[in-house]
Design a protein around this ligand. Structure first.
Ligand SMILES: *[C@@H]1O[C@H](CO)[C@@H](O)[C@H](O)[C@H]1NC(C)=O
Ligand SMILES: *[C@@H]1O[C@H](CO)[C@@H](O)[C@H](O)[C@H]1NC(C)=O
Ligand SMILES: *[C@@H]1O[C@H](CO)[C@@H](O)[C@H](O)[C@H]1NC(C)=O
Ligand SMILES: *[C@@H]1O[C@H](CO)[C@@H](O)[C@H](O)[C@H]1NC(C)=O
Ligand SMILES: *[C@@H]1O[C@H](CO)[C@@H](O)[C@H](O)[C@H]1NC(C)=O
Length: 357
């Protein structure tokens, strides 16, 4: 509960963009879906111009506006989350920690619910305020909702893996990262199994996007053109994402076999994002790879020494990383995250894909 309270962020995402049939959505993920956990949890600065186009102020999201999860639902996530326990002190919320927090949170909610109405009301208010964190309660807040059912009937969205792979490439060869992938997947399976044990039955498992197309990755690992694929992205990273996704897909299938009463939907974010970057113009974008908020100009407009919104002295002159004038023309926001415009397209395609399955 302490975590819940600590992670309340000042702005609520819109939950009404799509009509989900789930009474609650619990989101577990990394900074692609972080709506404030990291900021609130460890005071990681997400300053302006983040949030400028939708919230009109920084909202704890690494984006100019809303994220995929904001479009899909509302939102236990923290930026920089990894499946394996994190070694970076700045981003301590691994999937395991998020699951442990969730389990404590759930126990506390159920405990308070057995008390009287006063607590029920307090919880309702609290939960409504922390939609950012993981819960949408139906707008009606019917008085005696069987809240316990929310945990069972709720949707568990899991978006993990990218940060594990991404981080590994800084220390390991491609072959070593490919070897590790299976381990990341097995850990994910253990955490899913824990959530299942807590009553979770409906899962959307997002696979990992083509993170070899992020400006930071291209600037760091793509200096030699022989490393780049047909889109100008770093091949090794996208291959690792591909392998991880194949393993994740198998994991989903075997989870369904083992737990016949679980609904497991594998959501192919990779294909959606790859398609978006490949056909950027047909979605109205002008810049498939460059960061909107960056420094250094084309083709990537990315400089690892300075972050979006920061001002620093570089080579003796003062440089501020400001956003581009038309964020809607860019797929990438800050070198690491997508713009709201791109998140919107991704969410529409994800929902179309899910409706078909
Ligand atoms: C949600 O449901 C309402 C009422 O049924 C409908 O008018 C609206 O178009 C739906 N929205 C979406 C995004 O499907
Ligand atoms: C780029 O990679 C190719 C193939 O691995 C290698 O032969 C070449 O020397 C590299 N070029 C530079 C500038 O490092
Ligand atoms: C699984 O999904 C189907 C259709 O969406 C639904 O009818 C069923 O109740 C779900 N199962 C569980 C255990 O929630
Ligand atoms: C900084 O100065 C060095 C040496 O003069 C130059 O090679 C480099 O391109 C400069 N960097 C920027 C970002 O201007
Ligand atoms: C944005 O537009 C203004 C006015 O046209 C221009 O001075 C500025 O350089 C532009 N900024 C960027 C990042 O392109």
């Amino acid at each position: 509960m302490i975590f819940v309270v600590a992670a309340i962020s000042t702005s609520l995402p819109t939950c009404s963009a799509f009509n989900l049939t789930y009474p609650a959505v619990f989101n577990f993920g990394d900074s692609n879906s972080d709506t404030g956990g990291l900021v609130a949890g460890v005071a990681f600065p997400v300053g302006p111009p983040n949030g400028q186009n939708y919230f009109r102020k920084p909202s704890g999201r690494f984006c100019n506006g809303r994220l995929l999860v904001d479009f899909l639902s509302c939102n236990f996530v923290a930026g920089g989350s990894t499946i394996l326990p994190s070694t970076t002190p700045r981003t301590p919320f691994s999937f395991g920690i998020q699951v442990a927090q969730f389990i404590r949170f759930k126990a506390r909610v159920l405990e308070l619910l057995t008390n009287d109405d006063y607590y029920l009301k307090m919880i309702m208010i609290c939960l409504t305020e922390v939609t950012d964190l993981g819960l949408i309660l139906g707008t009606k807040l019917q008085k005696y909702l069987p809240l316990e059912n929310y945990f069972k009937q709720g949707l568990y969205m899991v978006d993990m893996g990218q940060n594990d792979l991404d981080g590994a490439f800084y220390f390991k060869s491609e072959d070593q990262v490919l070897d590790l992938s299976q381990k990341f997947c097995q850990n994910l399976r253990l955490e899913l199994r824990l959530l299942y044990g807590e009553g979770a039955r409906n899962f959307w498992i997002h696979n990992t996007g083509p993170f070899g197309c992020l400006p930071r990755i291209i600037a760091t690992f793509g200096k030699n053109e022989s490393k780049l694929d047909q889109l100008g992205c770093v091949g090794s990273h996208n291959r690792a994402a591909g392998l991880f996704n194949t393993q994740l897909h198998d994991l989903c299938a075997s989870f369904r076999d083992q737990f016949a009463d679980a609904n497991v939907t594998y959501v192919d974010i990779f294909s959606v994002k790859w398609n978006l970057i490949s056909n950027f113009a047909s979605y109205g974008f002008k810049q498939p790879l460059a960061a909107c908020c960056g420094h250094g100009g084309p083709p990537l407009n990315f400089d690892s020494r300075i972050a979006c919104g920061e001002t620093r002295i570089l080579n003796g002159s003062k440089v501020t990383e400001s956003p581009c004038n038309n964020t809607a023309e860019y797929i990438n926001w800050d070198g690491n995250h997508y713009t709201e415009a791109a998140n919107r397209v991704v969410s529409e395609q994800v929902l179309a894909e899910i409706r078909m399955t």
